[in-house]
Ligand binder design. Structure first.
Ligand SMILES: NC(=O)c1ccc[n+]([C@@H]2O[C@H](COP(=O)([O-])OP(=O)(O)OC[C@H]3O[C@@H](n4cnc5c(N)ncnc54)[C@H](OP(=O)(O)O)[C@@H]3O)[C@@H](O)[C@H]2O)c1
Length: 249
């Protein structure tokens, strides 16, 4: 996929990996639209990158529709949808007083929203000559991580859906990509205490993702994620024990 003069929508583009995607894609001459819930953070990202910021919560159907209609009104098509927004919640399932809310919000943001948004975006993607959808998954899709009871399951779901949609959307000319990062040095990863993980720099990660998009590499195993996938096949119990040792702040 060529990465210039495209209309690209990055969810959660106001910080972390989404902001770095926005920086690098805007610098290549693409029109980038970003969304998030925090208006001040988005305004700062808009000022820095020249992206168009729209405040919106990806879990709300009305917000999804409003943002997509704005994109249609202003640009008439969508070339690449990047489902990046996500949260990572480490807690004890039995003792945390907020467990019920955490279960629902993590599944809503990480698993349901990328799928409902992708479904709603299909008519706009079909107006592009070379449309694509990129899911930002995670290497943790290949191992259940006990400290974060639901997160790894949401990324496993994305890993499966990326494969099923790749098959189903291919006749529509839509290429479905999935990038599976390792631990990346963003706000999300500040809760991790473990030394087992080397944090990848967002700029290096995004450079590799853009290279993968250019080469039409539909499944991108980045950094240590390649080893995690491999270990999950040959030594799953060992891998699980390693992840069970992860400590959080
Ligand atoms: N960092 C890592 O180690 C790592 C590793 C593998 C995969 N990933 C994945 O990479 C993606 C980006 O993570 P990150 O590290 O960049 O995290 P981050 O720095 O915490 O950024 C997450 C972004 O998502 C947005 N967001 C969260 N909930 C949202 C909602 N309901 N509606 C709209 N936007 C929402 C946030 O903006 P608002 O708060 O303003 O809404 C924020 O801009 C996630 O899918 C994550 O699971 C991260």
């Amino acid at each position: 996929m060529e990465l210039t003069s495209k209309i690209i929508f990055v969810t959660g583009g106001g910080s972390g990996i989404g902001l770095e995607l926005t920086r690098q894609l805007a610098a290549l001459g693409n029109t980038v639209i970003i969304c998030g819930r925090d208006a001040a953070k988005l305004a700062e990202a808009e000022r820095e990158t020249g992206a168009q910021a729209i405040v919106g919560d990806v879990t709300r159907g009305q917000d999804q529709e409003r943002i997509l209609s704005d994109i249609e009104a202003q640009h008439g098509r969508l070339d690449l949808l990047i489902n990046n927004a996500g949260i990572f919640l480490a807690y004890d399932f039995s003792s945390d007083p907020d467990t019920l809310h955490k279960i629902e919000s993590e599944i809503a943001i990480n698993a349901v929203a990328p799928l409902t948004l992708t479904r709603r975006a299909l008519p706009l993607l079909e107006k592009s000559v070379q449309p694509g959808v990129l899911f930002i998954g995670s290497g943790i899709a290949f191992v259940a991580a006990p400290g974060t009871p639901v997160y790894s399951g949401t990324k496993a779901l994305i890993h499966h859906v990326a494969q099923t949609l790749r098959h189903q959307l291919q006749p529509h000319g839509i290429t479905v990509f999935e990038a599976l990062p390792p631990v990346v040095d963003t706000d999300m990863a500040t809760v991790l205490k473990s030394d087992n993980f080397k944090k990848m720099k967002p700029a290096d990660l995004v450079r590799d993702i853009l290279e993968g998009l250019r080469r039409n590499q539909t499944e991108m195993l980045l950094g240590q994620s390649r080893q995690i996938k491999w270990m999950s096949r040959i030594a799953p119990a060992f891998l699980f024990r390693q992840f069970a040792k992860t400590e959080f702040h």
